[in-house]
Design a protein around this ligand. Structure first.
Ligand SMILES: [Zn+2]
Length: 439
C-alpha cells in the first residue's frame, strides 16, 4: 500500500502523462493537415479539374504522364490509375484527401475540352490567303524576357564583368531581344506583348519582405542556424544564408507574378520565354570564359519524384497534362529550335542529369520543369541559345545592336539580338502560317 503523499504524486504523474498524449495528438493533427507546398505557392483548387472530367482516355492520360511529365516515375505514390479513373492525392497528408478524375471510355466518347484562354493552332482563325505578308494574323504571343537585369542583375546572379568592359546582364539582353522580336511579330500580323517592359519587378514583394519565408525554407532544408549575412555571388556557402535565400525567393515571387499577368491579363495563345545560356563562371568580378557554345529549347515536362511530391507542383503538372498544352509546345518548339540552329550554327546542348529528357524528333528540344513553363498555363516555348561567357558571345554582346554585319574572328555576323529575334520569328511563322479554314 502506497503512502498518501506518493499516491498524490502518482496521480499527478498520470495526469501529465495523459496531458502529454493529448498534446502529441494535437501536434499530430496539426502536422497531418499541413500541405507539402513549394515556397510562395498557393493551395491548389482541385474544383478546376471538374471541367476536365471525361475528356481524356486512360491510355492518353498514362502516355502523357509516363512519356512527358514524369518519365522518372515517383507519381505512383500520388496518382492511382484505375480502369475508369485516375485517383489523385490532393495533399501529401492526410492520405484520404483524394480527387477522382473519370476517364473517357474511348476516343469517340471523349467530352469536349473546356474553354481555356489560349487557342491551339487548329482553333485559330484562318489566315487570309491573299495577305501572305501577315502569316501570323490573329495569333496572340506573350514575350517573356527572362530575369530582370538593371539594378537586380547582380542579386539574381545574371551579371558578370570582365575588366573595364560594361557588365553582361542577361535580363537586359533578353529585354532587347524581346523588343526586336515584338516588332517583327507585329509586322507579321501577330499581337505581341511583353510580359515585362523594363527592370521593374512584377511582384510587389522585395527581398526584405521575404526574410522570414527564407528562414522557414532553410529550416525545411535542415539548415538549423542559417547565416544572417552572405558574402555575395562569389561566396560558395551563400545558399545557407538568409539574404541569399530571400533574394532567390524574390526572383521566384516575380516569376509567379508574371504567371498571373500571363494567365489573367495577357492570355496569349503561346508564350515565348527568352533567355541566354551560360556555363558556370565562378566569381562574377573575375569570371571564367569557356570555349563552349550551344543551343536548346525547352517544353514543360520531366518532373522529378521530389517535384511530383509537392502538392502545388503535382496539381500544376496535371493541369498542363489535361489542358493539352504539351502537344502545342512541342509543335512550336521544334521549328523555333530548327530556325535558331540554322541561324546560329550552334550544336545542341546535352543534359547529363535527370532534370531534363529529350522529346520529339529535334535534337535541340528537351522537356524540363521550370517555374515559368509550369505556371504559365498556355503553351510555352522556353529558348536557351548562346553561352554568354564564351569569348565569341561575350564579344558579340559587347558590340551591341547594329545594322548589317560585323566581323568576329574574321567571320561576318549580324547583331546577336537580331539574329536571335529573327530566328524565333521564323520558327513561329513555320508553325503558324498557312492556316486555312476547313470546309
Ligand atoms: Zn536565363
Amino acid at each position: 500500500m502506497l503512502r498518501p503523499g506518493l499516491a498524490w504524486v502518482d496521480l499527478l504523474m498520470r495526469f501529465f502523462r495523459v496531458l502529454s498524449v493529448f498534446a502529441a495528438l494535437l501536434l499530430f493533427v496539426g502536422t497531418a493537415r499541413a500541405q507539402n507546398l513549394s515556397p510562395l505557392a498557393e493551395l491548389p483548387d482541385y474544383r478546376r479539374f471538374d471541367a476536365w472530367q471525361g475528356t481524356i482516355t486512360r491510355e492518353e492520360f498514362t502516355r502523357r504522364l509516363e512519356a512527358l511529365y514524369a518519365p522518372h516515375g515517383g507519381w505512383q505514390a500520388f496518382i492511382r490509375i484505375d480502369p475508369d479513373a485516375a485517383v489523385i492525392r490532393k495533399t501529401s497528408v492526410p492520405l484520404d484527401d483524394l480527387y477522382t478524375l473519370r476517364f473517357a471510355a474511348s476516343e469517340a466518347e471523349k467530352k469536349p475540352l473546356p474553354p481555356v484562354y489560349w487557342r491551339p493552332r487548329a482553333a485559330l482563325p484562318p489566315t487570309d490567303a491573299s495577305a501572305t505578308d501577315k502569316p501570323l494574323a490573329g495569333l496572340r504571343v506573350a514575350l517573356d524576357p527572362g530575369h530582370l537585369g538593371g539594378r537586380w542583375a547582380q542579386l539574381e546572379e545574371r551579371w558578370f564583368r570582365i575588366g573595364d568592359a560594361p557588365p553582361v546582364e542577361e535580363g537586359e539582353m533578353t529585354l532587347r531581344v524581346a523588343q526586336v522580336l515584338a516588332d517583327r511579330l507585329r509586322a507579321l500580323g501577330a499581337t505581341a506583348e511583353l510580359v515585362r517592359e523594363g527592370d521593374e519587378p512584377s511582384t510587389p514583394l522585395r527581398p526584405a519582405d521575404l526574410m522570414d519565408a527564407a528562414r522557414r525554407q532553410l529550416a525545411e532544408q535542415g539548415v538549423e542556424h542559417p547565416r544572417e549575412t552572405s558574402g555575395g555571388a562569389a561566396d560558395p556557402e551563400r545558399q545557407f544564408s538568409v539574404p541569399w535565400t530571400s533574394d532567390m525567393l524574390f526572383t521566384r515571387a516575380d516569376i509567379r507574378a508574371r504567371g498571373r499577368r500571363v494567365n489573367d491579363v495577357l492570355k496569349p495563345d503561346v508564350a515565348v520565354c527568352l533567355h541566354f545560356n551560360a556555363e558556370a563562371w565562378g566569381d562574377p568580378a573575375h569570371p571564367a570564359l569557356v570555349e563552349k557554345n550551344h543551343l536548346h529549347v525547352l517544353v514543360n515536362g520531366c518532373y522529378g519524384p521530389d517535384e511530383v511530391a509537392k502538392d502545388d507542383v503535382r496539381f500544376e503538372l496535371l493541369l498542363k497534362l489535361l489542358n493539352g498544352s504539351g502537344a502545342e509546345e512541342l509543335a512550336a518548339a521544334e521549328p523555333v529550335a530548327a530556325a535558331l540552329a540554322a541561324a546560329t550554327g550552334l550544336p545542341p546542348y546535352q543534359y547529363t542529369g535527370q532534370n531534363a529528357v529529350r522529346v520529339g524528333s529535334n535534337p535541340f528540344v528537351w522537356a524540363r520543369n521550370l517555374l515559368a513553363n509550369r505556371v504559365y498555363e498556355c503553351p510555352v516555348v522556353y529558348v536557351e541559345p548562346y553561352v554568354m561567357n564564351s569569348p565569341e558571345v561575350f564579344a558579340r554582346v559587347q558590340a551591341g545592336d547594329y545594322e548589317g554585319t560585323q566581323e568576329f574572328g574574321g567571320v561576318p555576323k549580324r547583331s546577336i539580338f537580331r539574329e536571335y529575334a529573327d530566328a524565333v520569328a521564323a520558327g513561329l511563322v513555320e508553325r503558324y502560317e498557312g492556316r486555312v479554314s476547313v470546309p
